[in-house]
Ligand binder design. Structure first.
Ligand code: LCS
Length: 392
């Protein structure tokens, strides 16, 4: 598929070709752990990477490969690597750059388990992280040390929807010759293509918008061809975080409608955020599509739309927030995000449970914050549900 095609065409076609053996139009699920060679010499050549070919699914698989090719095209990167989950993508990418004695700079505002990986898992390998306020490029610059090997961030961030200027941070990383890794889960490539803005590597929880239907876990890393090959060889194969062919197929199928779901979800989220921002019981709404959001202008510059994640604080803090969660009827009280169904969570007790309270508060995740993942239902029904849930 020609990369010059527009995003919707790439979402449907990139990385996939009809099965040469049968003509099957849809990519088959190669539900096989192992692949046969025609001779001992060929087998040795494939294992030795002197000859292309499949040998063992932990090393590569045609269904997984189709997902990787599609994601490389959608993120405008050279190559991609699929993993068992978003956390496998994050840990693989970071371990590919950071070794014992090294240092990373990361935004403080991150998904809870990613924060935990940097703050508590990396030190087990003898590497340290400095966390910085998520939005000011100068703070990243000040935190760089002689042994810094990586800068890492999310935009929009989970769950406070901080927005970072990708181009400016990429310029800083370039000037210090540091790789820059971004988690693009909240935006998806339908809204934001960070590699085009100068980022080195993009990671995803494919469990979310890419899959879109809440039925498969997966992760993706997109970046320079050499680095992706090294991450495959040095980390995924030996640490073992490989995605299953069936999950790769579900995510591949989900991506066909990514742009359509995203458009519907972003439009719904805009309406809901506007509704919440004028509601007398709501203290504060975090949504980059609101003019009052501090990152609104940057989001407008670097995103095609403002996403479909919202977080808000109900007047009355934790108890009031819990009441809203207990009263909703269409929103599901469920972790994860990016599904066709609308979901509601309390980050402090779920996605950010692993983050100590003081560190969580410093990242803006207050005790009472409620997060919405807006789905594709009718916007009127979703605002109606929140209206009745807030009537207490
Ligand atoms: N990156 C972001 C931004 C996430 O929100 C998550 C999961 C991950 C990476 C990890 O992906 P996974 O390994 O789960 O595929 N976020 C979750 C959340 O907010 N609630 O439940 C999971």
């Amino acid at each position: 598929m020609n990369r010059s095609h527009l995003f919707p065409t790439l979402a449907v076609h990139a990385g996939e070709t009809p099965c040469p053996a049968t003509g099957a139009l849809d990519t088959p699920i190669y539900q096989s752990t192992t692949f046969v060679s025609s001779s001992a010499d060929e087998m040795a050549a494939v294992f030795g990477e002197q000859q292309p070919g499949y040998m063992y699914t932990r090393y590569g698989n045609p269904t997984i490969h189709a997902l990787e090719s599609k994601m490389a095209a959608l993120e405008a990167g050279e190559a991609a690597l699929a993993t068992a989950s978003g956390m496998a993508a994050i840990s693989t990418a970071v371990l590919g750059y950071v070794k014992t004695g090294d240092h990373a700079v990361a935004a403080r505002s991150l998904y809870g388990a990613a924060y935990d990986f940097f703050s508590r898992k990396l030190p087990r390998f003898g590497a340290q992280t400095s966390f910085v306020g998520a939005t000011r490029i100068e703070d990243f610059e000040r935190a760089v040390l002689p042994n810094t090997k990586l800068i890492y961030f999310e935009t929009p961030s989970n769950p406070v929807l901080d927005i970072i200027d990708i181009e400016r941070l990429a310029a800083l990383a370039r000037s210090r010759q540091l790789p820059l890794v971004v988690d693009n889960t909240f935006a998806s490539p339908a809204l934001q293509q960070p590699i085009s803005l100068g980022v080195t590597v993009v990671v995803h929880s494919a469990t979310k918008y890419l899959c879109g239907h809440g039925d498969a876990m997966g992760g993706i890393i997109v970046g320079p061809r050499d680095k992706i090959a090294e991450l495959n060889r040095e980390v995924v194969r030996d640490f073992g975080g490989v995605i299953s062919p069936f999950n790769a197929w579900l995510i591949l199928r989900g991506i066909h409608t990514l742009h359509l779901r995203m458009a519907a979800q972003c439009a719904n989220a805009q309406q809901i955020a506007e509704f919440l921002s004028t509601h007398p019981k709501v203290e504060r709404v975090n949504f980059p599509g609101l003019g009052s959001h501090p990152g609104h202008a940057i989001a407008r510059k670097q995103m095609k739309a403002f996403g479909a994640m919202i977080s808000f604080e109900v007047k009355g803090g934790l108890e009031a927030g819990k009441k809203v969660m207990d009263r909703v009827k269409i929103f599901s009280r469920a972790a994860s995000l990016g599904d066709t169904r609308s979901l509601i969570v309390h980050p402090a007790s779920t996605s950010h449970r692993a983050v100590p309270r003081q560190e969580r508060l410093a990242a803006g995740v207050s005790d009472g914050l409620v997060r919405l993942s807006v789905g594709v239902e009718a916007a009127e029904d979703l605002t109606g549900d929140l209206e009745q849930a807030l009537s207490f």
